[in-house]
Design a binder for this molecule. Structure first.
Ligand code: ZN
Length: 151
């Protein structure tokens, strides 16, 4: 199996079996983002557990890339510190802006490396980034991060 098919399998698996899909009871922050060019919709919510780890809730509909990306996000970010979640989010942004020539760091990105192939298609990059942009806004709304750091 080549890398491209492996990546597609990972994305399809997350699309068919979304991890942690569902909204939170009392989120600290919540953001709803749409990708009009594709029709994708995502709500991402954040809260923190007793140890300060992040709890993520989400709901949405749209193409397999947008929905799989949200599922991967939940898997990667749940339980992590704010600092770590920022490292992961920025690594994903970097990967999606690398136009397919980036070298994804699997230690940081886990299943999100599967989106390396998507980065070659500018129209699909927005699909992949949708939930990650919503995460950023939800964290800002919750007062967990500030806007000044760039995206
Ligand atoms: Zn899409």
């Amino acid at each position: 199996m080549d890398l491209e098919s492996l990546y597609q399998d990972i994305i399809l698996d997350h699309y068919k079996h979304p991890r942690g899909k569902g909204l939170l009871n009392k989120p600290l922050g919540s953001a709803f983002h749409v990708n009009p060019t594709c029709g994708d919709e995502i709500t991402v919510q954040v809260n923190r557990d007793a140890e300060g780890g992040l709890i993520i809730g989400y709901d949405g509909q749209g193409c397999s890339i947008s929905q799989a990306s949200a599922s991967v996000l939940v898997e990667l970010i749940t339980g992590e510190s704010i600092e770590r979640s920022e490292v992961i989010r920025k690594a994903f942004l970097e990967l999606m802006h690398a136009q397919g020539v980036g070298e994804p760091d699997e230690d940081v990105l886990g299943d999100a490396i599967a989106f390396a192939g998507v980065a070659k298609f500018p129209a699909r990059v927005k699909c992949a980034l949708l939930s990650w942009m919503a995460l950023q806004d939800a964290e800002i709304q919750a007062g967990l991060i500030t806007t000044g750091e760039g995206a």
